[in-house]
Design a protein around this ligand. Structure first.
Ligand code: AMP
Length: 422
């Protein structure tokens, strides 16, 4: 049997790379124009960094979705199941709160979750993550959601909907959880096992349930939105007003709850019509208080993350044409044994300026042209006895079939002049 990648992980093959690069470059440009700087934190952290932030009742902890291991020094370490905790740890460790506020940081990289594998749900996947730290203003919420929407539309996605809600302040959440407990505890035996667990740990998470009997109990009840204090309600109204002003299509989601415990006030997701059940491309929200709980200064913050695989799936759905893998500009073919070294030497020189391939053994012209063609090159450059005598290369345009003898010393410029039209 052939060796297999670990279940829930996948290879990103050479032919997939152009789409990944295109996405990464576009995202970097959009985010950096909006004042974000890249930060690269380690893929693992002390486990407590994640447990403290995600919360004891989050899926990450309760459903054991974290890849946790003990190293030789008996320390408990965890592969990052999200970017935010490591990023905030770095923000605190490096005293970034003294930088001009708000501080805006982004990361792109792998994320690890021990989840049930299904379509669109992996154990190692990738996220683009943005955090904006240092402002509690509703303007920042709206601008952050708008930036996410713009990042995805610039990539070429249509059919996007922002689902927007507010989970209120901690007192509101506590009041709502109390309400759910008071209402549901007498009927707890009608809940599923997960439902009962949620009722015990964090009743709000019942709103996320897909279990039909849990749904029947929860659907008629009030929503977190009904428990917002006046300030939180005004904050949310301002966010919506700004999104309307900027024409960001959004719908109110009064029962939005996120899988992590740390959110407060604005919470949002972006969904794409084309990719089925796992239609959430992205999630995010405000998390004032989180930096403090990690041992840092009292710093408000808001952030979001989108799954790269899922966005690429959605892009493929919207426009099935894939960006092509770029071949070399020229492919050099030695026509005799002596030309093998000559060609390799010339390729080294050309590669200072151009992408160039070559054959490693001598070929007859027919086979050489076929190799050049298969490499994806636009020009085949042949070298044999005649060329050696004349101090030239024979250059063939593989698209038009045109052929020209080019002096050795002029080859770089000849090819450079032809790069623009690539
Ligand atoms: P979350 O941090 O759970 O809000 O996830 C943010 C985004 O990451 C989701 O909207 C998905 O696009 C993506 N994502 C989350 N979990 C997975 C997974 N297991 N496999 C692939 N993408 C995921």
């Amino acid at each position: 049997m052939k060796p297999q990648a670990v279940k829930g992980t996948h290879d990103i093959l050479p032919e997939d790379i152009p789409a990944w690069r295109q996405l990464e470059q576009s995202v970097r440009t959009t985010l950096e124009r909006a004042g974000a700087s890249e930060i690269r934190t380690p893929v693992f952290e002390y486990t407590e960094t994640f447990v403290k932030t995600a919360g004891e009742s989050s899926d990450l902890v309760v459903q054991k979705e974290m890849y946790t291991f003990t190293d030789r020094g008996e320390r408990s370490l965890t592969l990052r199941p999200e970017f935010t905790p490591g990023l905030l740890r770095a923000y605190i460790q490096h005293g970034m709160h003294v930088r001009p506020s708000p501080v805006r940081l982004y990361s792109i990289g792998p994320i690890f979750r021990a989840e049930n594998v299904q379509r669109g749900r992996y154990r190692q996947f990738h996220q683009v993550n943005l955090e904006t730290l240092g402002s509690a203003d509703a303007l920042v919420d709206a601008e952050t959601v708008a930036l996410l929407y713009d990042t995805l539309t610039v990539l070429g996605l249509d059919n996007l909907t922002v689902r927007l809600g507010s989970v209120g302040d901690p007192e509101d959440r506590a009041a709502y959880n109390r309400y759910l407990r008071d209402t549901l505890e007498p009927e707890a035996d009608r809940l599923s096992e997960t439902g009962r667990e949620r009722l015990r740990l964090n009743p709000m998470r019942l709103l996320d349930t897909k279990d039909p009997s849990d749904r029947a109990l929860i659907d008629p009840l009030k929503r977190p939105f009904d428990f917002l204090n006046p300030e939180a309600a005004a904050h949310f109204a301002r966010v919506r007003e700004l999104l309307e002003l900027w024409n960001i299509p959004h719908e109110l989601d009064t029962s939005i709850v996120r899988g992590l415990d740390y959110y407060r006030r604005t919470a949002f997701e972006i969904h794409h019509a084309g990719i089925g059940a796992q239609s959430a491309l992205c999630g995010g929200g405000r998390y004032d208080g989180l930096v403090r709980s990690l041992g840092g200064p009292d710093t408000p913050g808001i952030g979001w993350a989108f799954g790269v695989e899922r966005v690429l799936d959605a892009l493929a759905e919207d426009s099935p044409e894939r960006p092509a893998l770029p071949g070399p500009l020229a492919f050099l073919v030695p026509l005799d044994a002596e030309a093998v070294t000559e060609v390799a030497t010339t390729a080294r020189e050309l590669r200072r300026e151009l992408p160039v391939g070559h054959a490693f053994v001598s070929r007859n012209p027919g086979r050489g042209l076929r190799d050049a063609d298969r490499s994806g090159a636009r020009y085949a450059v042949l070298r044999g006895t005649n060329e050696r005598e004349n101090g030239t290369f024979q250059v063939k345009n593989l698209q038009s079939g045109e052929q020209e003898d080019v002096q050795e010393a002029a080859l770089t410029d000849y090819l450079l002049e032809r790069t623009e039209s690539r």
